[in-house]
Write a protein that binds this ligand. Structure first.
Ligand SMILES: Nc1ncnc2c1ncn2[C@@H]1O[C@H](COP(=O)(O)OP(=O)(O)O)[C@@H](O)[C@H]1O
Ligand SMILES: Cc1cn([C@H]2C[C@H](O)[C@@H](COP(=O)(O)OP(=O)(O)O)O2)c(=O)[nH]c1=O
Length: 225
């Protein structure tokens, strides 16, 4: 019998170090015989990537932004995430709905109750269990002080509309993530992202080993040098 799919998301403020580790984790899962789908939000389908370009570059009010992000998310769920989970893949997704609560909710101050309604609308009715609202099986939260993230990003890449925000914005976003983690402690795994890359990788793989999703040997494989 094939193994059930796993839906794993990666969250944290810009510059926390998520992208540095996702490919390494995909390699570790593949080395242990699992099929892996790597994706990101906003994005992951042709339509959602178009919406991403708008969200990251065009000024808009917070409701418009939230509607576009959830539209992109539904398209991504329908066309990529749900089919991959149905095949039994491990789905590794760089950001998901916690980012909307953290950035649009806590960061921009948009109404969290409206976000909850949009979440239910966008994430329900797509899997064989009609009433299921799709949520991650695990969310890895790269927790890092905004000042440290800003230092890491300075000069590293051209900032998008969010990355160009002042540090106070990221303090609110970081608090938004802390609130989401406190509300669903069984789903979240917090990493101390201030440590060096190797230690962050060790923390990351030990979460998966503890869950029984990776064998212990991978701790020395696949991670960033
Ligand atoms: N543990 C770390 N210590 C120092 N710098 C890091 C660490 N992890 C990532 N970086 C660097 O910080 C920047 C942001 O990392 P990245 O993985 O792109 O973050 P994110 O995807 O969370 O925005 C990159 O320049 C990356 O090389
Ligand atoms: C998924 C998501 C992302 N975002 C923002 C956070 C990031 O600043 C930006 C893009 O995320 P990300 O892909 O992490 O950026 P990069 O590839 O440049 O590291 O979109 C939201 O504001 N709301 C959301 O729901």
């Amino acid at each position: 019998m094939s193994r059930p799919g796993l839906f794993i998301t990666f969250e944290g403020i810009d510059g926390a170090g998520k992208s540095s580790h996702i490919e390494g984790l995909a390699t570790a899962f593949r080395a242990q015989g699992r099929a892996v789908t790597v994706s990101r939000e906003p994005g992951g389908t042709p339509l959602a990537e178009k919406l991403r370009e708008m969200v990251l570059n065009d000024p808009m009010d917070a409701l418009t932004e939230s509607l576009l992000i959830f539209a992109a998310r539904r398209d991504h769920l329908r066309n990529v995430i749900e089919p991959a989970l149905a095949r039994g893949d491990v789905v590794l997704c760089d950001r998901f709905t916690d980012a909307t609560f953290a950035y649009q909710g806590a960061g921009r101050g948009f109404d969290l109750d409206v976000l909850s309604i949009l979440e239910r609308l966008a994430q329900t009715g797509l899997s064989p269990e009609a009433d299921l609202m799709r949520e991650p099986d695990l969310t890895v939260w790269f927790d890092l002080a905004p000042e440290v993230a800003a230092e890491r990003l300075a000069g590293a890449r051209v900032p998008d509309r969010f990355e160009a925000q002042p540090v106070e914005f990221f303090r609110r976003v970081a608090q938004g993530y802390a609130d989401r983690a406190a509300a669903a402690p069984q789903r979240f795994a917090r990493l101390d992202a201030a440590q060096d890359r190797h230690r962050v990788w060790q923390q990351l793989t030990s979460v998966f080993v503890r869950k029984g999703w990776l064998a212990i040997m991978v701790a020395s494989q696949g991670g960033p040098q």
